[in-house]
Design a protein around this ligand. Structure first.
Ligand SMILES: NC(=O)C1=CN([C@@H]2O[C@H](COP(=O)(O)OP(=O)(O)OC[C@H]3O[C@@H](n4cnc5c(N)ncnc54)[C@H](OP(=O)(O)O)[C@@H]3O)[C@@H](O)[C@H]2O)C=CC1
Ligand SMILES: O=CC(=O)O
Length: 293
C-alpha cells in the first residue's frame, strides 16, 4: 500500500482506525461529512480533503467507515462522491457494516469504472479499533485484499478473505445478530437476578467462571450495573445490524424468533431516545418494557 491512503468517515471507528494507520507510518488523507472532526487527525499528521471525490483523486487506495447503507451509498454516488474520481487502478475498501445488496451496488459501480472493490467490515469495537485488534471480514477483489494486508495488519489481529462480494457483509451480520441477541438475554438475566434478590456482581462472577463466559459480558456487565452507557458501539447501529440480519434471514427462509424479539427491544430502546448510547443501554428498555413506568 504505497503512497497516500484515503479515509472517509471519522466516527468512533474511523477515527481510531485512521489514527492507527498514522501511528504506523501510513500517509493518510481524511474526509468526514462534519469536516471539523478532521482536526484531531490533522494534529497527528493527516491531510484533509474537502470531498470524497478529492480523497479518491489524491489516493490510490481509499477506505470508508460509515454508519449504514444510506451513508455508504451517499458517499460513493452523490455529487462530489468517491465514484466521480474512480478510474483504472484505484482501490475502494468499504469497512462499514452494510448489507450485501449495498455492497454489491457499490462494487458494480466501482468496477464499471475500472476500479477495484473490497468490502471489509470488522468485528470488534472502539477499544479493539484503538488497539489494532479488529477482526477483518473481507470479500471481493483478491488482489486488492492482498495489497491492503499491510493496512489490515495494523488495524486488526486477524483478516479473513471470504470470497465474493457480499460474503463479508453477511458474515458480519450473522455475528452481530448473535451479539445483539446475547445482549438481550444478558440484560434479562441481570434483571431476573436483581428482582429475585440476588447480587448482580455475584451473577457476573458466576458467569465469568462458566461455559458461557465471554469478553462482552465481562466488559459490559460492570458498566451496565453502573448505568454507564458511554458509546463504544452505538445502539442505533446494533439495531440496524439486527434489521439487516433479519432481512438476510427473510431472503434465506431462516426463522429467527430470538433475533426478531431482540430487534423489537432495540427498536423500543431507540424510541426511548437511547440510540446514540452504547448498545448495552438496551438494558434500560428490558428494565422498562412498553407500558411500564
Ligand atoms: N462502534 C463500533 O463498535 C463498531 C461499529 N461498526 C460499524 O462501523 C460503522 C461506523 O461505526 P461508528 O464509527 O461506530 O459510527 P459513528 O456513528 O461513530 O460514525 C458514523 C460515521 O458515518 C458518517 N456518516 C453518517 N451518515 C453519513 C452520510 N449520510 N454521509 C456521509 N457520512 C455519514 C458520520 O459522519 P458525521 O461525523 O458527519 O456524523 C461518521 O463519520 C457502522 O457501520 C457500524 O455498524 C463495526 C464494528 C464495531
Ligand atoms: O459491530 C460491533 C462489534 O462490536 O463488532
Amino acid at each position: 500500500m504505497e503512497g497516500e491512503v484515503g479515509f472517509l468517515g471519522l466516527g468512533i471507528m474511523g477515527k481510531a482506525m485512521s489514527m492507527n494507520l498514522l501511528r504506523h507510518g501510513f500517509k493518510v488523507t481524511v474526509w468526514n461529512r462534519t469536516l471539523s472532526r478532521c482536526d484531531e487527525l490533522v494534529e497527528h499528521g493527516a491531510s484533509v480533503a474537502e470531498t470524497p471525490a478529492a480523497v479518491v483523486k489524491k489516493c490510490k487506495y481509499t477506505i470508508a467507515m460509515l454508519s449504514d447503507p444510506s451513508a455508504a451509498l451517499s458517499v460513493v454516488f452523490d455529487k462530489d462522491g468517491a465514484l466521480e474520481q474512480i478510474c483504472r487502478g484505484k482501490g475502494y475498501i468499504d469497512m462499514s457494516t452494510v448489507d450485501s445488496d449495498t455492497s454489491t451496488k457499490i462494487s458494480e459501480a466501482i468496477t464499471s469504472k475500472g476500479g477495484y472493490f473490497l468490502e471489509a467490515p470488522v468485528s470488534g469495537s472502539k477499544k479493539p479499533a484503538e488497539d489494532g485488534q479488529l477482526v477483518i471480514l473481507a470479500a471481493g477483489e483478491k488482489t486488492l485484499y492482498e495489497e491492503a494486508l499491510p493496512a489490515f495488519d495494523v488495524l486488526g489481529k486477524k483478516s479473513f478473505f471470504l470470497g465474493k462480494v457480499g460474503n463479508g457483509a453477511k458474515m458480519k451480520l450473522v455475528v452481530n445478530m448473535i451479539m445483539g441477541s446475547m445482549m438481550n438475554a444478558f440484560s434479562e438475566g441481570l434483571i431476573l437476578a436483581d428482582k429475585s434478590g440476588l447480587s448482580s456482581q455475584t451473577l457476573l462472577d458466576v458467569l465469568d467462571l462458566g461455559g458461557i463466559a465471554n469478553p462482552m459480558f465481562k466488559m459490559k456487565g460492570p458498566t451496565m450495573i453502573q448505568k454507564n452507557y458511554s458509546p463504544a458501539f452505538p445502539l442505533k447501529h446494533q439495531q440496524k445490524d439486527m434489521r439487516l440480519a433479519l432481512a438476510l434471514g427473510d431472503e434465506n427462509s431462516v426463522s429467527m424468533p430470538v433475533a426478531a424479539a431482540s430487534n423489537e427491544v432495540f427498536k423500543k430502546a431507540r424510541s426511548m431516545g437511547l440510540g446514540d448510547l452504547d448498545f448495552s443501554a438496551v438494558f434500560e428498555a428490558v428494565k422498562f418494557p412498553e407500558g411500564s413506568s
